[in-house]
Design a protein. Structure first.
Ligand code: CO8
Length: 257
């Protein structure tokens, strides 16, 4: 299928999505959201895909939601259309998603990166929530996910001043999992995704779900959820195979990959 705002390919068991609106630094418009929702739904339904990488260009992962599209909106349309809510479907993807970020990840671009399970950044990456400079605030999770990722002080600094932070600062404060040289960005993200996609898919999906719970709930509830998921995995043949392979000193062959 051909998309106008995305480049989509599969590499072995990895789905790779490249945001592709170079004329607007990959600004996230309605069409891009609809196309991304469709691609992710397809990857979710495809048993041949075990992990997803979302990336942009060298200059911009995404410079935010499309300001030209949003500018005419009034309060009534924002409420009735539930502006920004469509992105919840992207965040709800159950397969692991890695954001490979080079250049600007601003506003909705930073928020899209944070919807992914972790971020691998190029040394050139710049993160920020500059919405305040436009007379608005983040609307795709920036005040919530950023605060959980980096804590109140740094989140307040970024959201209230609108300043950008570089990759080193983003890694220091826990927003980014790894920082790599620009030319190694995609290679590193694809290698991580391939590694994940080689494991038992039910275990991977439950690991994602369990870590996700830590963002949403209190410790005792999170522990209970983890325990149930942990127990459930003993019902899978992949648990038998994974442990047998360790004992027999060989590589496991997971059935549910
Ligand atoms: N929306 C629309 N177009 C954009 C955007 C954007 N967010 N960012 C860049 N562009 C366009 C520019 O208008 C320009 O187009 P043109 O050539 O037609 O004028 C082209 O991309 C290149 O941009 P610049 O010339 O500005 O490039 P520079 O290298 O000089 O600057 C910057 C790069 C610093 C990234 C600059 O483009 C910039 O500040 N962009 C806007 C960043 C921003 O404020 N982002 C937040 C947007 S609001 C948001 O994300 C809210 C999310 C929640 C709501 C979701 C609802 C759907």
């Amino acid at each position: 299928m051909a998309y106008e705002t995305l480049l989509v390919e599969t590499r072995a068991r990895v789905g790779l999505v490249t945001l592709n609106r170079p004329q607007a630094l990959n600004a996230l418009n309605r069409q891009l959201l609809e196309e991304l929702q469709g691609v992710l739904a397809g990857f979710e339904a495809d048993a041949g895909i075990g992990a997803i990488v979302i990336t942009g260009s060298e200059k911009a992962f995404a410079a935010g939601a499309d300001i030209k599209e949003m500018q005419p909106y009034g309060f009534a349309e924002a409420v009735t259309e539930d502006l920004a809510a469509g992105w919840d479907a992207v965040a709800a993807c159950r397969k692991p998603m890695i954001a490979a970020v080079s250049g600007f990840a601003l506003g909705g671009g930073c928020e899209l990166a944070m919807m992914c399970d972790f971020i691998i950044a190029s040394e050139t990456a710049k993160f920020g929530q500059p919405e305040i400079t436009l007379g608005i605030i983040p609307g795709m999770g920036g005040t919530q996910r950023l605060t959980r990722a980096v804590g109140k002080a740094k989140a307040m600094d970024l959201v209230l001043t609108g300043r950008m932070m570089d990759a080193a600062e983003a890694e220091r404060c826990g927003l980014v999992a790894r920082v790599v040289a620009p030319e190694r960005l995609l290679e590193e993200a694809l290698a991580a995704a391939e590694k994940i996609a080689g494991f038992s898919l039910p275990a991977v999906m439950m690991a994602k779900e369990a870590v996700g719970r830590a963002q949403e709930t209190v410790l005792s509830e999170g522990m209970r959820a983890e325990r149930r998921l942990f127990h459930a995995l003993f019902a899978t043949e992949d648990q038998k195979e994974g442990m047998a392979a360790f004992i027999e000193k060989r590589k496991p062959t997971f059935a549910n990959r």
